[in-house]
Design a protein around this ligand. Sequence first.
Ligand SMILES: *[C@@H]1O[C@H](CO)[C@@H](O)[C@H](O)[C@H]1NC(C)=O
Ligand SMILES: *[C@@H]1O[C@H](CO)[C@@H](O)[C@H](O)[C@H]1NC(C)=O
Ligand SMILES: *[C@@H]1O[C@H](CO)[C@@H](O)[C@H](O)[C@H]1NC(C)=O
Ligand SMILES: *[C@@H]1O[C@H](CO)[C@@H](O)[C@H](O)[C@H]1NC(C)=O
Length: 382
Amino acid sequence: MNKPKILAASLTVILTILANSNLSFFTSVNQPSKDSTCYQYESNEQFQSFLKSRHHHQNGGNLCVQKDTGGTGRVNATFLMLCRNAEVYQVLETLQTIQDRFNNKFHYDYTFLNDEPFTDEFIYLVGSYIPFSKVNFGLIPQDHWSYPHHINVTACAEIRANFANVPYGDSESYRHMCRFYSGFFYKHPFVRSYEYYWRIEPGIKLHCDIQQDLFQYMHTNNKKYAFAISLFEYIDTIPSLWSHVFQYLSKYNVDPGLLPVLANSDGHYNLCHFWSNFEIARVDTFDNPEYERFFQYLDSTGGFYYERWGDAPVHTIGTMLFLKKEEIHWFANLGYHHPPYTQCPQDLDEFVENRCVCDSEDDVTWNENLSCTPHFLSYLGV
Ligand SMILES: *[C@@H]1O[C@H](CO)[C@@H](O)[C@H](O)[C@H]1NC(C)=O
Ligand SMILES: *[C@@H]1O[C@H](CO)[C@@H](O)[C@H](O)[C@H]1NC(C)=O
Ligand SMILES: *[C@@H]1O[C@H](CO)[C@@H](O)[C@H](O)[C@H]1NC(C)=O
Ligand SMILES: *[C@@H]1O[C@H](CO)[C@@H](O)[C@H](O)[C@H]1NC(C)=O
């Protein structure tokens, strides 16, 4: 036996003793970024004791649990969910559907983000449910989930009080959420440690088995943004968004790219947007200087708070400005459901083969009063 091997062996023994004797000692597996260390455990008891003993604000509230990876060759990708501690059971329901319909075959990582620290209970239940790969529990920095300095908070409260007729119009946290997804999620160190993300939410459903590795599809076909459902935005939430987009274009002399896809014949926004509770995209579709400048411009206008701009129209306009047609993709027939809309396969063979459980007549895709997908398909050819 040579010396390095003996050294490595005894180091392992020492580390094991340390890990067992003091559970606040992290078993460092691999570090997705300098801000986090992954914890690996052998038994439920060990996981529970670790959570009890950990220092809550260690690593800025970011914690990572590493399971068996269960294979290699995966794309560098994660599921991404923004959620609250109180939503833990809806989160578990989403995990059930994602694992059973897709991820038990592929073992992709998960990233959970919260504007408050995740509780031990949340981490234990969610961390225990996911059988493979890495599970990231991240804390959103406060300045990514609060008013920027130029916002008049008193004025915002007055506006909200008169906005209750619009969906989430009176909600402050919904506005922080929309702004976060418009310009901050891609700055979180956990998200930045991946090339692709698949956005999911508490309470969504996959109504069919997904046989294909969708991340691999994105990678192989050079796709940068994919959607499942598209809708029309409530005009009352974005009265001035469209004109601000044009001010941005002229201020920075930006080529409008595919933006005409979003314009009516009279030049107004046709309100089409990818329904962003489902997105599979490259992180750098948004994490790049051009999109960042676009977001900063929009943020400077205050529209996320003085109106109620959603991240869906902002992402959609961003993709039209900065992506090429061929980089945008529509995933048909996933059987995706986010209340109140469903995408459900129309083809009977496909329905049966993928063990779907939705009603094909509920499919929103071809309902031209609700869905913009026919328009996107004819103009983008996606
Ligand atoms: C475990 O380690 C932490 C940090 O290294 C230390 O503060 C704590 O006192 C240790 N606990 C025990 C029981 O050794
Ligand atoms: C903020 O808004 C309130 C309510 O509209 C207004 O009374 C106040 O003057 C504003 N403050 C500033 C600094 O503009
Ligand atoms: C995954 O992608 C991120 C972002 O490009 C990169 O920083 C990271 O090193 C990659 N991880 C692996 C395992 O290749
Ligand atoms: C769309 O709306 C029009 C006018 O309200 C109605 O006549 C039509 O039946 C609707 N189509 C669908 C598919 O619901």
